[in-house]
Design a protein around this ligand. Structure first.
Ligand code: NDP
Length: 395
């Protein structure tokens, strides 16, 4: 019998929905490039239902209790007296979503001697101290690709809404105004702009593909270069450094994991080297950008806009400056947790759990840490070390 602690975001303020705006979600055959979708033996939920909040339980309760395991689900995750920290002490498995991360710090790992598996319901396992997981022999797995396209759609939406000044224009309508000059004095077309991505993995590449029809000049930087045919097909210009990329871009989108190489990457110096009036869209991780440098750059006009859905810590405190800074288009961390995405990553979590209990290997694509080292997808995208440092801000 195993104890599984699952940390999920709170239910909607009016309770779990009983009716949804749509009756179904599209059924996908494969991910772009051919990776198969999750293949659990069975599902105990209807795709399109809210699964990522506490009452949704990722659709796991019947399955886990049917096997005789104990499932604890909570949203109470921060601080030493939280339910998460209390329940962790004898847990074998922890499940958490990046949207409402249960920070699995080295301290917490030390308090959880039975912990063997940490599953990220989604993508991005930086809320786990990966070095502590490596040292402690804990397997870390995530549901690679489950919400990559979801995020890429959010990125395109945010680029268009910043450049075209959508949110302030919408607000004029709500306020009863018809203030065209106010709306358009910060509005441009995206056509003809230079757009670059830091990281051209699953999300970054999907963003590039989606932007191609907008007739923009597409650039990227990554640790590994894309195949020639992809570069040619999309008309991409490769940069061997982020400095070289940002110097030529009007819009920069960040699609690299948070790890020691990327933590604090967008600081005063790098932002200062961008074209005046650039836009940044960051749906990767909040700590890739220096919080206060972003605020300063928006105030000075060095940046014309900043949008994204990732913060540090999460949930962001009510006085986080990104809530009130100039010319921002922030959302809470939602891009990867649409109802469509939840169905995929809930199914992926179930697949991982089935593998674990049946002692079958977890797909390489899902592994981040295994056997005391970075493994599978993690070996490709992360570097050893702890970029999270628990719930502490970047010094
Ligand atoms: P991938 O692993 O497919 O792609 C990440 C890419 O970033 C890889 O190509 C990787 O390089 C590259 N990279 C790593 N370090 C650097 C660096 N220092 N400079 C430039 N590129 C770098 O992941 P995804 O595209 O699926 O996801 C990317 C990130 O987006 C996740 O790690 C997560 O943090 C975030 N995310 C956010 C979500 C949200 O809801 N907002 C949801 C899902 C993900 P290479 O592999 O070539 O070494």
């Amino acid at each position: 019998m195993a104890k599984i602690v699952c940390v999920l975001y709170p239910d909607p303020v009016d309770g779990q929905p009983t009716i949804y705006p749509r009756d179904d979600v599209p059924v996908l055959d494969t991910y772009p490039g051919g990776q198969s979708l999750p293949t659990p033996h069975a599902l105990d939920f209807t795709p399109g239902q809210l699964l990522g909040s506490v009452s949704g339980e990722l659709g796991l309760r019947a399955f886990l209790e049917g096997l005789g395991h104990v499932l604890v689900v909570t949203a109470d995750k921060d601080g030493p007296s939280s339910t998460f920290e209390r329940e962790l002490v004898d847990a074998e498995i922890v499940i958490s979503q990046p949207f409402w991360p249960a920070y699995l710090t080295a301290d917490r790992v030390a308090k959880a001697p039975n912990l063997k598996l940490a599953i990220t319901a989604g993508i991005g396992s930086d809320h786990v101290d990966l070095q502590a997981a490596i040292d402690g022999g804990i397997t870390v797995a995530e549901v690679t690709f489950s919400n990559s396209i979801s995020v890429s759609e959010h990125v395109v939406m945010m680029i268009l809404s910043l450049v075209r000044n959508y949110i302030p224009s919408y607000q004029w309508v709500v306020r009863g105004g018809w203030n065209i000059a106010d709306c358009v004095s910060r509005a441009y077309d995206v056509e003809g702009m230079t757009v670059g991505t830091v990281g051209a993995g699953r999300i970054g590449s999907a963003v590039l593909r989606r932007l191609k029809p907008f007739d923009v000049d597409l650039h990227y930087t990554d640790r590994h270069r894309l195949p020639d045919d992809v570069e040619t097909d999309l008309g991409l210009t490769y940069h061997d450094s982020v400095q070289s990329l940002v110097a030529v871009c009007d819009v920069v989108t960040i699609n690299a994991p948070l790890h020691p190489e990327t933590e604090g990457m967008f600081d005063d110096d790098l932002i200062g080297s961008m074209k005046r009036g650039s836009y940044i869209v960051n749906t990767a991780r909040g700590k890739i950008c220096d919080r206060d440098a972003i605020v300063r750059a928006l105030e000075s006009g060095q940046l014309a806009g900043y949008a994204g859905d990732v913060w540090f810590p999460q949930p962001a405190p009510s006085d986080h400056p990104w809530r009130t800074m100039a010319h921002h288009g922030m959302t809470p961390h939602v891009s990867g947790t649409t109802l469509s995405a939840q169905a995929r990553y809930a199914a992926g979590v179930r697949e991982i759990l089935e593998c674990w209990f049946e002692r079958r290997p977890i797909r390489d694509d899902y592994l981040i840490v295994d056997g005391g080292r970075l493994a599978g997808a993690g070996a490709h995208s992360y570097s050893p070390g702890d970029a999270t440092r628990g719930s502490e801000p970047t010094p």
